[in-house]
Write a protein that binds this ligand. Structure first.
Ligand SMILES: [Zn+2]
Length: 206
């Protein structure tokens, strides 16, 4: 029940922070053993989920336990878990600043130490229809060696060793985009110089 409660709290928190709407966004946690996942349901308002609404599926999308259908984006959740043994949680949000900057052709840049340490390079995936194997494969490939990816015209995906890490990455990504957005209105952001970035990475073993 602990993971189910974490998923419910995660969705409510992301809605209240404006990183997703009540209908857009989903999260999952991989269970011990590696082949089963707890995931948020499809078609249930995300801000008022209950632990019993969470669905258990296998990595092929079959329902193991639950009264609802799994999120239609189970494809990319499963693709990340299949490709990355270290990933134990996956999060998808419709973060408006990050999505908007990507639409304008802006990449995530090293504007803060948090961005350097927690995000690194964030790939952008071309628009693909939600809930498809095609998007699943593209996200699975993009997330190899990356903590987050941006889905063009759609939102963001993050992965972590646990749900807290996946949430933190999504929050830092959106905060980074807000800072970039503010700076862009006053002539653009002064980035951390490349040699300092290397030093930050070395000191923090990133
Ligand atoms: Zn979505």
């Amino acid at each position: 029940m602990e993971f189910r409660r974490q998923l419910v709290e995660c969705m409510a928190s992301l809605v209240s922070q404006g990183l997703m709407t009540g209908t857009g966004g989903n999260a999952s946690v991989r269970l011990k053993g590696g082949n089963e996942v707890l995931i948020t349901p499809s078609g249930v308002y995300k801000a008022s989920l209950k632990p019993e609404d969470i669905v258990k599926i296998d990595l092929e999308g079959n329902i193991v336990e639950g009264a609802h259908r799994p999120s239609i984006e189970w494809h990319f959740h499963a693709a990340i878990y299949r490709k990355r043994a270290d990933a134990m949680a996956v999060l998808h949000a419709h973060s408006p600043y990050t999505t908007g900057l990507a639409l304008a052709g802006r990449r995530v840049e090293p504007v803060t130490i948090e961005a350097v340490m927690l995000l690194g390079d964030v790939p952008i995936i071309e628009f693909m229809y939600p809930g498809t194997d095609e998007l699943g494969d593209a996200v699975g490939n993009a997330m190899m060696g990356h903590k987050a990816a941006i889905l063009l015209n759609h939102g963001v995906v993050t992965a972590g060793r646990d749900l807290a890490e996946a949430i933190t990455i999504a929050e830092v990504l959106e905060a980074t985009s807000k800072i970039t957005f503010v700076a862009s209105h006053f002539g653009g952001a002064r980035l951390i110089p490349p040699d300092r970035i290397e030093l930050i990475k070395k000191l923090n073993k990133v």
